[in-house]
Structures are given as structure tokens and as C-alpha cells.
Ligand binder design. Structure first.
Ligand SMILES: [Zn+2]
Length: 225
């Protein structure tokens, strides 16, 4: 069973700027999603607690739970950060069921206000392989039909304009410079253009970028939107 961090099948709100992939300065991006609007943090999946305490000064009080079985050969770990000091209800080695109370929402570490930072990490041979958008990942595990199935990162091989719709006639609202990695959560087919007519939608900007300007035009990992 899978639930959202509030213990329900109803998706909680993600804070402004708390989306997965949102820029965090110095080329870094937000590796999780910051959910708000509830106080009891509940286990999203069953599993074994592999960490409970202060993970790093930035993360603050955190809990890591490993899912009972591998997914695509990866150990999947769900990490929660910024938990209220003194509120932990689990300890390292505990086994939890989905929906079990693990602590209270707080702002420990470098949180900008109270939030439930949820991070979904995939490990292989002890090495972190990737983190994925918790919103689409949890929605899929619950069995709902998220508007967007997944996100993926692409590197711009040229300057690329971000447009408000998947057509070159649409207004430009931003751009990505060459070598910049963008996070995209879907594609569509816009106008017919020479060679390639796929457009990628920016995961947190909502802008459309023509795929011909990226090192990969593959649509693997992206949802048709
Ligand atoms: Zn966060």
C-alpha cells in the first residue's frame, strides 16, 4: 500500500518553489518535493527505518525508510526532512506500515517554513543513481492517474527559448543556455517543423522547449501531455 505523506489517498499541496527540480542556486536543483498543510507525517510506504535523526545540518531531523523489495533492481529509499525536533516516533531498525505516524511537520534544518520534504532515492550497489519527482511517483504507486507520468532531465546543446505553448509562434517567457540541464515532465507534438516536432514541457516553469535543441530528443521517461 502507498499513501501520501499525510496518510491519505488525497494529494497534499506542494509549497511555492517546493517542486521537484526547482532551482536552488549554484546549478543545483531541489531533489524532493515540499508538501504543506498537515502536521502528522506518516509513512508513505511500508519498510525498514534505516536512519532517524539529524541527517545533515541542512536536512535537519530526518527519517529514511527502505521499501521491502527492490524496484527495477534498485533499493528505493524515501527520505523525509525538516521534521520537528523531539517529535520522532520511529528509530533506526523499526519496521513501519504505510500510514504509520513517524513524526510531526517542522522546520528543522534550512527549511523555509514548516514542510514535509519528501525525497525518493534509487540506489544500486550502495550508490545513489537518481531521485525522482515524489508527486508523480507516489501518484502512480497509489494507482491514480496523474496528469504527468514522469520527469526527465535533458541537456541543451544550444540556446533554447521557452514558449508558452508548443509552437514557435507562442510568446517567449524564458530560455535555457547551452549546457544547462532542464527537467521536463512531458512532451507533445506541436507544429510541423523540419526534422523534429516534439516539444518538452518544463517541469516547474510550464514552458515549452523544442527538443531539437537538446542532446537527446528521446521521449523515453516523458509522458504524452
Ligand atoms: Zn525541500
Amino acid at each position: 500500500m502507498t499513501v501520501w505523506g499525510n496518510g491519505l489517498a488525497i494529494q497534499p499541496t506542494v509549497s511555492n518553489g517546493g517542486q521537484f527540480g526547482a532551482p536552488r542556486g549554484q546549478g543545483r536543483t531541489h531533489a524532493g518535493a515540499d508538501f504543506i498543510g498537515y502536521s502528522e507525517l506518516r509513512a508513505i510506504e511500508p519498510g525498514r527505518v534505516t536512519f532517524a535523526g539529524v541527517l545533515t545540518p541542512a536536512a535537519g531531523v530526518s527519517v529514511a525508510i527502505d521499501l521491502p523489495s527492490k524496484i527495477d533492481g534498485h533499493i528505493v529509499t524515501i527520505v523525509r526532512m525538516h521534521i520537528k525536533e523531539g517529535s520522532l516516533r520511529v528509530s533506526k531498525g523499526s519496521h513501519v506500515v504505510a500510514g504509520q505516524l513517524i513524526g510531526l511537520m517542522g522546520d528543522s534544518g534550512n527549511a523555509q517554513g514548516k514542510c514535509d520534504h519528501v525525497e525518493v532515492r534509487f540506489f544500486r550497489n550502495g550508490a545513489l543513481q537518481k531521485t525522482v519527482d515524489p508527486v508523480s511517483w507516489i501518484a502512480r504507486r497509489i494507482g491514480g492517474r496523474p496528469a504527468v507520468l514522469s520527469s526527465d532531465q535533458r541537456v541543451a546543446k544550444a540556446f533554447v527559448n521557452g514558449r508558452t505553448a508548443p509552437t514557435r509562434q507562442a510568446p517567449i517567457r524564458g530560455s535555457l543556455a547551452r549546457g544547462i540541464t532542464g527537467t521536463f515532465n512531458g512532451f507533445t507534438r506541436g507544429e510541423r517543423v523540419e526534422g523534429n516536432d516534439i516539444w518538452f514541457r518544463g517541469a516547474f516553469t510550464g514552458l515549452w522547449f523544442w527538443s531539437g535543441a537538446f542532446t537527446s530528443t528521446s521521449t523515453q521517461g516523458l509522458a504524452q501531455v
